[in-house]
Write a protein that binds this ligand. Structure first.
Ligand SMILES: C[S@@+](CC[C@H](N)C(=O)[O-])C[C@H]1O[C@@H](n2cnc3c(N)ncnc32)[C@H](O)[C@@H]1O
Length: 278
């Protein structure tokens, strides 16, 4: 199993953009961290293993939920995101700790009580082997709770800007393999259930978590600029040498359809909230 492509991706421009936009991303994605922590029901003194922890919001949240005397552990491959996570923990005086490692090959020094993640588990070349390895880091009667995206087409916040830009592309983007590592790799609920079972997790439940996302920005154009900076659109603009101004204008027009009277843009989102026993 080789996750080199994703490791390179999260250590390059993508990881740096997530750092630069971390406060806005955390505001946009806060409800999903809350959803994981509510489902995880962390008890006093429990330590969670946060997979693909990024800038550490969920790891810090889990540590606070457990009473703050012991630290949860965040694992990630991204140097820039882990630097921010450690800075945040130091500033908060949190005992949360962070390790730089490919979670599919990581062995912790001690067994953790549960695994958690917010959008950090969809990037493995061999997900069943990765979830089996993670399973081995959790105590025998432990558990997991994580959030991942349903299909791109059900997530208007990501799909609508992409569709608005399509007529302006120089060539149609290749149809992606829906199971390839990436944010939407677990769109297929049955496939995800099979992966977890094969990896040794028991009693899995995969429930829809469908809400609205408020995009960063107090006006439509700022929201559109944000959507051009992260994700597939930024890559297409660079790869196809597109005029960013015309894409911005098309995306702004589309997002305006979802603008509230105060100018903020709210779009539909669809996730899976996944739980299982070790
Ligand atoms: C979409 S970001 C989510 C970050 C964070 N959980 C959050 O919600 O803000 C995905 C994260 O998964 C990490 N990641 C990707 N592949 C990984 C792997 N094989 N092992 C550990 N982390 C990985 C990336 O570096 C990135 O920080």
């Amino acid at each position: 199993m080789n996750n080199d492509a994703m490791i390179e991706y999260w250590n390059g421009a993508a990881g740096q953009k997530w750092v630069d936009q971390s406060d806005r991303l955390d505001a946009m994605l806060g409800q999903f961290a809350d959803g994981v922590l509510d489902a995880a029901a962390i008890q006093s003194g429990e330590r969670a293993l946060d997979i693909g922890c990024g800038a550490g919001v969920l790891t810090l949240g889990a540590t606070a939920k457990s009473g703050g005397a012991v630290g949860s552990l965040g694992v990630d491959v991204s140097t820039p995101l882990l630097a921010l996570a450690r800075k945040r923990a130091a500033e908060a005086g949190s005992p949360a700790t962070f390790e730089q490692a490919d979670a599919s090959a990581y062995t912790a020094e001690y067994k953790l009580d549960l695994m958690i993640s917010r959008f950090g588990v969809m990037f493995f070349e061999d997900p069943a082997a990765a979830f089996a390895k993670i399973h081995g880091q959790i105590r025998t009667d432990g558990r997991m709770a994580f959030m991942c995206w349903q299909a791109l087409s059900l997530n208007d916040w990501a799909f609508a800007p992409f569709q608005a830009a399509l007529p302006l592309l120089k060539e149609a983007p290749p149809s992606p393999d829906p199971t390839a590592p990436g944010p939407f790799a677990f769109a297929d609920k049955e496939r995800l259930a099979d992966i977890l079972t094969e990896a040794g997790w028991r009693n899995s439940s995969i429930e829809p978590f469908e809400t609205e996302i408020t995009l960063p920005g107090n006006d439509v154009e700022t929201s559109a600029r944000f959507m051009l900076q992260l994700g597939p659109l930024s890559r297409l603009i660079a790869e196809q040498d597109l005029d960013p101004q015309s894409i911005l204008s098309a995306v702004t027009d589309r997002l305006a359809e979802n603008a509230e009277p105060d100018g903020r843009v709210k779009m539909k989102s669809a996730c899976w909230l996944v739980q299982a026993n070790a």
